[in-house]
Design a protein around this ligand. Structure first.
Ligand SMILES: Nc1ncnc2c1ncn2[C@@H]1O[C@H](COP(=O)(O)OP(=O)(O)O)[C@@H](O)[C@H]1O
Ligand SMILES: [Mg+2]
Length: 423
């Protein structure tokens, strides 16, 4: 993807096309707070690709926030350089710099005395957008984060739920169309279900926008869900491992990383894969409106041991087994097992497995946008998929090792020949 770093005011139209991500390079960044015996961040170097989502994950106090805030210079580095795109921004005016960098934090950081619209308009206004441009942009941003502009425009932050505040926080961070978005535990303060939704939304947004995102969290599951690459940090932001979620799960470099990954790496792999990526199978169905006799016939003719009964709107309702009918005595009202849980195509295999395990039938029904039945995923499919995924990960990890070996031996040769060795 070509890198475009035009600022909105450069373009003549009020509504510029979205700016995609820029590279970020951190070179030997160090921060020593006055009076502290050791630096909070020490000698961090990192190359982040344009359009990539990189997660900084590590224990509390390890220097994640300090590292992040040096990128937009809310904290001035003690030494080291920062490059965004082709530009060295280490000495750039921090106010100008921050117009190119969206920033979203925990508890949204919205100004309580400003309306939602005023909060979102803040940076575009400072950047000198036209009045109508700003107005359109506010609507567009609210729409983008899934809030109805008419409803939320004039509200104050205190009149919003935690999740809605967080959405406005993201809208504000994106309003001036920056190539880079920094997020510091943005979903840390909301309940787990809202957090899950916000994470899904961020994935959807990023598919559309291709910003470069640096996202801080202490939650490894969040890191695997959101990251293209994850930097696992130890004290003073020393990078323990910087790689794809798959590589870190299957090939942690040391005990610190495996401790952080935690037990059950194979189970965590389930979080990386969606139901849409595995085989969704057909399943015989009947509806509550079908005549009783035809349902009986369908089960008796020997082809199926089990049927799924759908309600009037084609949503999964109950599982009916042949044996249930024998006991039904002319009415299906009390026959069969109610469907407890369903998943969508976007659910993770982890969600699907949970549903399969809680439902007695060893399978879960997959539903569409309006809850309508699409198909089923069963235990066998899940097990096979996970085994295939883990096998593929292992192969990839081995190839990676092999490449590294080659690189190392190549370098040694060069060194022996008196070359500068590169790297
Ligand atoms: N303004 C500050 N002054 C002095 N020390 C600080 C300041 N901010 C953070 N620290 C210290 O720097 C270290 C890293 O902090 P921080 O970057 O906030 O970690 P994290 O975000 O990973 O929890 C901690 O030991 C913290 O106490
Ligand atoms: Mg922090």
């Amino acid at each position: 993807m070509p890198e475009t770093v035009t600022t909105p005011s450069d373009s003549a139209s009020a509504r510029p096309a979205s700016t995609s991500g820029a590279t970020i390079q951190l070179e030997n960044l160090t921060k020593s707070y006055p009076g502290s015996p050791s630096p909070a961040v020490e000698d961090v170097s990192m190359d982040i690709k344009a359009g990539e989502t990189v997660i900084l994950v590590g224990p509390s106090g390890c220097g994640k926030s300090t590292t992040l805030k040096m990128i937009n210079r809310l904290i001035e580095p003690t030494s080291g350089r920062i490059r965004i795109g082709d530009e060295d921004v280490t000495d750039m005016d921090p106010v100008k710099l921050r117009r190119k960098i969206g920033y979203a934090i925990q508890s949204s950081g919205l100004f309580p005395h400003m309306t939602v619209a005023e909060n979102i308009a803040l940076v575009p206004k400072m950047t000198g957008w036209s009045k109508s441009g700003v107005k359109d942009r506010v609507e567009e941003m609210l729409d983008l984060v899934g809030l109805d502009p008419r409803e939320f425009h004039g509200r104050y932050p205190r009149q919003l739920s935690g999740g809605q505040q967080q959405r406005v926080g993201v809208a504000r961070a994106l309003a001036a169309d920056p190539p880079v978005l920094l997020m510091d535990e943005p979903f840390g303060a909301v309940d787990p279900i809202t957090r899950d939704h916000l994470q899904d939304e961020l994935i959807r947004l990023q598919h559309e926008l291709h910003k470069t995102i640096v996202f801080v969290t202490h939650d490894f599951d969040e890191a695997i869900k959101l990251g293209d690459r994850i930097a696992v940090l130890r004290e003073r932001s020393h990078i323990a491992q910087f790689d794809t979620p798959e590589a870190i799960l299957t090939n942690p470099t040391d005990d610190f990383v495996s401790g952080f990954v935690g037990a059950g790496a194979a189970l965590k792999r389930l979080n990386l894969t969606r139901v849409r990526d595995v085989g969704i199978a057909d399943f015989p169905t009947v509806t509550v409106e079908d005549p009783l006799q035809s349902i009986f016939n369908k089960l008796r003719d020997g082809q199926h041991n089990e049927l799924l009964m759908l309600d009037r709107r084609n949503r999964p309702y109950k599982w009916l087994r042949r044996g249930d009918l024998m006991r039904a005595k002319g009415s299906l009202a009390r026959a069969g097992q109610l469907v407890h849980d369903t998943v969508t195509r976007d659910a993770t295999l982890h969600d699907a497995l949970e549903a399969v395990l809680t439902d007695s039938g060893g399978r879960v029904a997959v539903t569409g946008r309006r809850g309508e039945f699409i198909g089923v995923v069963d235990m066998q499919t899940l097990m096979n998929s996970v085994q295939e995924l883990l096998e593929a990960d292992r192969l990839a990890a081995m190839e990676h090792e092999h490449d590294l070996e080659e690189l190392r031996s190549h370098r040694t040769e060069q060194e022996l020949e008196g070359g500068d060795g590169g790297l």
